[in-house]
Design a protein around this ligand. Structure first.
Ligand code: NAD
Length: 318
């Protein structure tokens, strides 16, 4: 999503930085508090990429919603251990590199060995890769850089789906109960072209495709598989990329404010908790008949275009 959004960011940077309200991510779900939690009561969840960003936000929300245990499987052990401590006793960290299939298999097996089953698998581990002519110009596309992103985002997600299926499908009851829910992080860069580099964009289109392909088989096993396509959220991944793009002088809070200012939906910004709530919905029995779906959380951004009319237009209420 970087290519087009950076253009928007540059246009919006000055006013947002001057009057922006950058701040920490809002982790607490008001809905979870109001309902007393419970939409994921007793569930066992495994989240790849759970040490940071959207994976961490989902872990927190899962626990708020009553999950019994949330396993954070991540390549970053230092951060993973910190995040597990931060989230409390229901969270546990396991080292996992999604490009190494045996570590994904081991994380799934560890969840089952400890808790007897796996109810929710969220494949959130992902990388954006560098922004360079080797990733953003077809004529100079660097296929090694392409492979590196695909290896984490696509192969890693597929490994997660594979091993979650291995334990979830046999556990599914005849009535479709207990079959589990597999979730993947796609992106708006996998909904529209031109929003990200080639490796990133292709990887996210692929994830939405894998989910549909997998749903064909998994529906028969009573296992649901879906993906979420978030808009830009100022996680470490996105803040890091926009910081590099916007250049020196912008601190983290300013960059986060720029990212929050990119949205189209008036009166709201896209926060990690919005993606986490989408994950809770898809993981929960509220979505018991939803499979093969791409839940786009973008405030309408990818749903429309405005015509570039060569004359001023009036709003309907004017
Ligand atoms: N933040 C956004 O705006 C946004 C938008 C659309 C999609 N996404 C997707 O959401 C997912 C999470 O991104 P984020 O923004 O939270 O980024 P993030 O960098 O904060 O978190 C990504 C996590 O994945 C882990 N990871 C990376 N490579 C790994 C590997 N090989 N094995 C295991 N773990 C690995 C990292 O250590 C990190 O903890 C990604 O798939 C990303 O593409 C993010």
């Amino acid at each position: 999503m970087m290519l087009r959004l950076v253009g928007v960011a540059r246009r919006k940077a000055a006013p947002v930085m001057a009057g922006g309200t950058a701040g920490g991510e809002r982790w607490m779900s008001a809905a979870a508090v109001a309902n007393g939690g419970g939409r994921l009561e007793g569930k066992i969840a495994l989240i790849t990429g759970g040490a940071s960003g959207l994976g961490k936000a989902a872990a927190r929300e899962f626990i708020e919603e009553g999950a019994q245990a949330v396993i954070l499987a991540d390549i970053n052990s230092k951060l993973g251990l910190e995040t597990a401590r931060d989230l409390g006793p229901k969270a546990r960290f396991l080292h996992c590199d999604v490009t190494a299939e045996d570590t994904v298999a081991a994380a799934v097996d560890a969840a089952v060995a400890r808790h007897g089953r796996l109810d929710v698998m969220l494949n959130s581990a992902g990388v954006v890769g560098p922004l360079s002519p080797g990733t953003s110009r077809l004529a100079s596309l660097d296929l090694a850089l392409f492979d590196a992103v695909m290896s984490v985002n696509v192969r890693g997600t597929l490994a997660g789906i594979k091993h979650a299926t291995r334990v979830m499908a046999p556990a599914a009851g005849d009535g479709g109960g207990g079959g589990g829910s597999i979730l993947c992080m796609a992106s708006i860069s996998g909904v529209l072209g031109g929003l990200g580099t080639y490796p990133y964009s292709v990887s996210k289109f692929a994830i939405a495709g894998i989910v549909k392909a997998a749903a064909a088989e998994l529906s028969r096993s009573g296992v649901r598989v879906n993906c979420i396509s978030p808009y830009a959220v100022p996680t470490p991944m996105v803040v890091g990329q926009f910081s590099a793009l916007l250049g020196e002088g912008a601190d983290e809070a300013q960059v986060a404010a720029v990212v929050r200012g990119l949205g189209e939906l008036r009166g709201a910004t896209c926060e990690a908790v919005d993606i986490a709530r989408a994950a809770v919905y898809l993981a929960s029995d509220d979505a018991k008949y939803v499979s093969g779906h791409n839940l786009v959380v973008d405030g309408g951004f990818t749903s429309y275009k405005h015509m570039n009319l060569p004359f001023p237009t009036k709003q309907p209420q004017e």
